[in-house]
Every structure is written in structure tokens, then in C-alpha cells.
Design a protein around this ligand. Structure first.
Ligand SMILES: Cc1cc2nc3c(=O)[nH]c(=O)nc-3n(C[C@H](O)[C@H](O)[C@H](O)COP(=O)(O)O)c2cc1C
Length: 332
């Protein structure tokens, strides 16, 4: 069942990114935008079923609206994982049809599923039947020698007939042989016009575009051109203040005043203290905050102080305060 909160939030989302968009990162991003949709890292369906669920799926209430991304290609396993994730309170369960890494290919899921739309349809049908939570798909425009103009509309048609109404399309191909996952995010050329044409061809589907968006101006241009949503990955991680501090006002029409980067750092302190009190380490949180002042006065000092001190035993909020003081002195 589509969740109103998630659909509205999908106008701007922060992409699923392995090792990056963990719960601490999401909490940090949420302080900058109360509206954007936040995605987890990909979790495989077998891990959800057999693994440490609290570690893999645990999140805190302020992260809403939050979507979990699943990896897998076995309909029964994906259905079970969707049921579990729905019970956990996620606003959306997203199926990964875009990740090209070797490990993922050997498990026969991720981007390679672009070659098997009928299997993806079986997977999403089983997921939809398993839980009331909305099921969405993140895909590429094609893989290897596929012709995107042909396979992408076919993929959208087959998978939407199985019940999915919301897709995010990473506007480039993945090459399953010869390119690393990182190269697969840069080398295959972006084809925005094709993704825009898909919106014209499937006006009833909610389509978000992803890949290479590095400013809110660009995000606004995609929305103005008719896309329903824009998903931002690396830029949201590396320059979070530029991408997220004004997102509520510019993308979602909020009438509040944007926070400052300084305010966000201050607001992280109680969260950091609670994490440390529960036995966590400072660096687990601050590693996601290194880019907070990117492009702003004092950025180098902020990053250096956190990088040098946050991993030390016993490091606490005083490290963040020291880094903030350095930024303030620089900016004064
Ligand atoms: C470190 C990293 C990890 C990623 N992990 C995932 C993932 O788990 N699932 C997924 O669908 N995409 C993953 N991606 C791809 C992003 O979601 C996104 O599609 C891609 O980075 C293109 O968007 P961008 O140009 O805005 O970064 C990852 C990207 C990065 C940089």
C-alpha cells in the first residue's frame, strides 16, 4: 500500500549507499531536512531473515520517512524480508536492481536483474502480497549490451503490471564485466533525456531520477521537467549542507528558516552523547559529518580535528565542540 509520507518525501531522496547511509548518517541528514526520504544501505533478504535484525534494520523514530533497500532475487525470501521490514516500521521497501558488484552478481541480484524483468515481477508481487508496506524498485537504464530505449520501457511495464507504481532510475547503464562498482557510477554516460521520456510514456508511474545530481538547482530542474522525484547519492554525503539545508524550503515549500551547518553540529551532540553512553564510539557518527562544512569557511579545520581525534579511545562530544570552535574562529 503506498505510504503518503514516503511518496511526498520521494520528491527528494538520499540514495541507499553501502557503508555510508547507516542509521547515524540518516539521523544526521534528517536534522538538515525533515522532509526528504532517506534510504538505508542495501541489506540482503537472507541477512534480514537469518542475521542480527536489530543491527541490520534498527533505526530511530526521527529518521522517518525512511525506506529500507533489499537485495535478492528469490521471491519467497524477499517476501519474508519485506514482512519483517514492514513490521519494523519502514515506510517503504525498495528492491535493488542496480548494484553491479561481483558479490551481488554471484548471488544473481542487483543490476543483473535488468535482464530478467519477469523474475523481478515475481519478486515484487511476492513482496507486495507479504506486507502492507509500499514496495518500490531502484534500477538502471540497462546493463552491458542491452539497448536502454528498448529494455527500460519493457522493464517498467512488466514490473509495474506486477503492482509497483514507484521507481527510481539511475540514469546510466551498469557494465557487469570490466568495470568496478565505483567506475560503474561514473563511466557509463548519463542519459537524462531517456528517463524524462519514461515519465512521458508512463505518466501514471511515480518516477525519480538518479545519477550525477550535485546541486539543488539541478534537482529543481528535473522536477520542473516533469520528474516526480530526484534521488541524490554522493553529493548528499560529501556536501550535505549544500544539498539538504535548503531542501525543505526549496523542494517541499516549507516556510521555516533553513538551519545553519553550525546548528546541525550542535544538534548532533545529544545524539552523540546517547550513542557513547550506550557503548558506541564517536567516530561511528562523526565519520559521516566530515563534509558538513564543505565549501564553507573553516572546513579544513573541522575535518582535520574530527579525523585526527574522533577515533581515539574515550573521544567524546568535546572533540566536536573543539572542531566547531575552530570553525567559528575561522569564520569570525
Ligand atoms: C559508497 C556507495 C555505496 C552505494 N551503495 C548502494 C546500494 O547499497 N544500493 C544501491 O541501490 N545503490 C548504491 N549506490 C549507488 C547510489 O545509490 C546511486 O545510485 C549512485 O551513487 C548514483 O547517484 P549519485 O551520482 O547521486 O551518487 C552506492 C553508491 C555509493 C557511492
Amino acid at each position: 500500500m503506498p505510504s503518503k509520507a514516503a511518496i511526498e518525501a520521494a520528491k527528494l531522496s538520499v540514495a541507499p549507499m553501502m557503508d555510508w547511509t547507516d542509521r547515524h548518517c540518516r539521523y544526521f541528514h534528517r536534522l538538515m531536512s525533515s522532509h526528504a526520504l532517506l534510504y538505508t544501505e542495501m541489506v540482503t533478504a537472507p541477512a534480514v531473515i537469518h542475521g542480527d535484525r536489530e543491527r541490520l534494520l534498527g533505526f530511530s523514530a526521527p529518521e522517518h520517512p525512511v525506506a529500507v533497500q533489499l537485495g535478492g532475487s528469490d521471491p519467497a525470501q524477499l517476501a519474508e524480508a519485506t514482512r519483517i521490514a514492514g513490521d519494523y516500521g519502514y515506510d517503504e521497501v525498495n528492491l535493488n536492481v542496480g548494484c553491479p558488484s561481483d558479490r551481488v552478481q554471484s548471488g544473481s541480484f542487483g543490476a543483473i536483474l535488468m535482464e530478467q524483468p519477469a523474475l523481478v515481477a515475481d519478486c515484487v508481487a511476492a513482496m507486495i502480497a507479504a506486507s502492507p508496506v509500499e514496495v518500490t524498485v531502484k534500477c538502471r537504464i540497462g546493463v552491458d549490451e542491452q539497448v536502454p530505449e528498448q529494455v527500460l520501457p519493457d522493464f517498467l511495464r512488466v514490473v509495474s503490471e506486477a503492482g509497483v507504481t514507484r521507481f527510481t532510475i539511475h540514469a546510466r547503464k551498469a557494465w557487469l564485466q570490466g568495470l568496478s562498482p565505483k567506475e560503474n557510477r561514473d563511466i557509463p554516460p548519463l542519459d537524462y533525456p531517456l528517463v524524462h521520456r519514461m515519465k512521458a510514456e508512463f505518466p501514471h508511474l511515480h518516477l525519480s531520477i538518479n545519477g550525477g545530481v550535485t546541486t539543488l538547482d539541478e534537482a529543481e530542474a528535473h522536477l520542473a521537467a516533469g520528474m516526480d522525484g530526484v534521488m541524490i547519492g554522493r553529493a548528499a554525503y560529501h556536501t550535505p549542507a549544500d544539498m539538504l539545508l535548503e531542501a525543505d524550503q526549496r523542494i517541499f515549500g516549507a516556510r521555516t528558516l533553513p538551519k545553519t551547518a553550525h546548528q546541525v553540529a550542535e544538534e548532533m551532540l545529544p545524539y552523540i552523547e546517547a550513542h557513547l553512553a550506550a557503548g558506541g564510539r564517536l567516530n561511528q557518527i562523526t565519520r559521516h559529518m566530515l563534509g558538513l562544512f564543505a565549501g564553507r569557511p573553516g572546513a579544513r579545520h573541522w575535518k582535520r580535528i574530527l579525523s585526527e581525534r574522533a577515533h581515539r579511545d574515550g573521544a567524546g562530544p568535546e572533540v566536536v565542540r573543539a572542531a566547531l570552535d575552530a570553525v567559528s574562529q575561522f569564520a569570525a
